[in-house]
Ligand binder design. Structure first.
Ligand code: UDX
Ligand code: UDX
Length: 459
């Protein structure tokens, strides 16, 4: 079989950028990204590249270069499945909100729907690649659905987890630390390795069995999240002892065994993956009665929840133990800089907590709209939609968001926040003017010189 056409089901944060880069680096392969969401596909096809549904530095340029040549976006899922030799599944796998494993296990219903869809329409042999993060042994379930169609179409299943981080997705895809391909069929593995091989050195392409590949993805995210919870735990100790967490992180990070990355203390990690994948790992461990293993990893989440709550509590106690009727200005709503993604963002939980204390919040995020902020809060179901829209709103400019506020809370580490006219902001705020820097991005002495009461994490 020669691979001339591939498709990807799921035009999201993973499917979109990954397929765009594959198309760019393999001009002879036709790449079609399909999705059930017509609005999303229309946005991907918008001639104005600033309207793409996902903001990622460098993405719009690649889409402009390849779209209509060998990269296509469509809702015609059946046709794309039919004509492709290789099909990626990149649909979302949220934490279950119902039934067995509620709040812990991954909800695989979309993945299963995709497998059934492929089984129904495929008329020739296919390689099916799992790109979504999945619990170990999901490939088995997909295989069982595909193998029991009654037709003699042959399916090979590969696991090819994605390690890109949002905000740096294009660079991560172009220069990956490694590409991981798990599978049984050597031939299928080599087909996929050839596609990546057009820009990734072969020694960086690891071939493993399916289970190792699936578990490696969960483990990588658990280790990364664990580093953040570890440094955040130390940040609380620093605040009590007058040690400085930035200095501690630098000192330990220079130990080459520890390494310097992912040691930034923060208001807590967010994003669609870390919490979900750890909960998933914990759920799997418990299902094998591995209680110590499950408890060990669960603590990473417990500490992260504590860090978010601690940030909000500190803000309230500093503002003389009440924020009722006080205005708080948020800088940032996205879960990290350079993305418009807000899934599991610490800002959502801190805002919800402060709204319970009757604060009034204005938000400025360069890439997040008021509509999205309302959706994120309404999803929590803590209060009515009308109340949310009365108590919190996004402003058009940072200066508008921070005018007349009692305190500024920095929730995301957008670079532009450092460049604002902080003297002007100070002048227009209520006094004493407080800054709670949840990302340690501002210069403490400079802020104090302007007159701010400045609090950061772990200092
Ligand atoms: C990805 C992975 O798939 C997920 O497992 C990983 O943990 C995080 O990253 P992501 O691309 O971020 O998910 O998700 P999202 O942006 O929500 O995109 C998924 C897309 O799949 C959506 O556009 C949705 O409309 C589409 N979809 C979902 C389908 O086309 N068919 C379905 O049956 C379900
Ligand atoms: C993560 C993994 O890094 C990636 O490999 C995987 O494919 C998907 O999940 P992502 O969630 O997109 O990527 O972003 P990441 O850069 O890992 O940041 C996650 C969260 O941790 C963000 O909220 C970020 O602000 C926070 N973080 C990160 C810290 O608080 N401190 C750090 O030192 C690093």
């Amino acid at each position: 079989m020669e691979i001339t056409k591939i498709c990807c089901i799921g035009a999201g944060y993973v499917g979109g950028p990954t397929m765009a880069v594959i198309a760019k680096k393999n001009p002879n392969i036709k790449v079609t990204i399909v999705d059930i969401n017509q609005k999303r596909i229309d946005a991907w096809n918008d001639s104005d590249a600033s309207k793409l549904p996902i903001y990622e530095p460098g993405l719009a340029e690649i889409v402009k270069e390849t779209r209509g040549k060998n990269l296509f976006f469509s809702t015609n899922i059946d046709q794309a499945i039919n004509e492709s030799e290789m099909i990626f599944i990149s649909v979302n796998t949220p934490t279950k909100t119902y039934g067995k494993g509620k709040g812990m296990a991954a909800d695989l219903k979309y993945v299963e729907l995709c497998a059934r869809n492929i089984a129904d329409v495929a008329k020739s042999d296919k390689i099916v690649v799992e790109k979504s993060t999945l619990p170990v042994r999901t490939a088995q379930a997909i295989k069982s659905i595909l193998d029991n169609t009654g037709s003699d179409v042959k399916f090979d299943i590969l696991s090819n987890p994605e390690f890109l981080a949002e905000g740096t997705a294009i660079n991560d895809l172009l220069n990956p630390d490694r590409v991981l391909i798990g599978g049984e069929s050597e031939e299928a593995i080599e087909h996929l390795a050839t596609i990546y091989g057009s820009w990734v050195a072969q020694e960086k392409i690891l071939r493993t069995n399916v289970w190792s590949s699936e578990l490696s993805k969960l483990t990588a995210n658990a280790f990364l999240a664990q580093r953040i919870s570890s440094i955040n735990a130390i940040s609380e100790l620093c605040e009590k002892t007058e040690a400085n967490v930035n200095e501690v992180a630098k000192a330990i990070g220079m130990d080459s065994r520890i390494g310097s990355k992912f040691l930034k203390a923060s208001v807590g990690f967010g994003g669609s993956c870390f919490q979900k994948d750890i909960l998933n790992l914990v759920y799997i461990a418990r299902s094998y009665n591995l209680e110590e293993v499950a408890d060990y990893w669960e603590q990473v989440i417990t500490l992260n929840d504590h860090q978010k709550k601690r940030f909000a509590d500190n803000l309230i106690s500093t503002l003389y133990n009440t924020v009722s009727g006080k205005k708080i200005g948020f800088l940032g709503w996205a879960f990290k800089k350079d993305t418009n993604d807000t899934r599991e963002s610490a800002a959502i939980y801190v805002a919800d907590y402060l709204l319970n204390e009757q604060a009034i919040i204005t938000v400025y995020d360069p890439k997040v709209s008021n509509e999205k902020i309302q959706q994120d809060l309404n999803y929590l179901n803590t209060r009515s939609e009308a109340e949310n829209s009365k108590l919190i709103r996004a402003a058009e400019t940072p200066y508008e968001a921070l005018k007349d506020v009692h305190a500024v809370a920095i929730m995301t580490e957008w670079d532009e926040f450092k460049r604002y006219d902080w003297k002007k902001i100070y002048k227009e705020m209520k006094k004493p003017a407080f800054i709670f820097d949840g990302r340690n991005i501002l210069d403490k002495s400079e802020m104090q010189k302007i007159g701010f009461k400045y609090a950061s994490i772990g200092q």
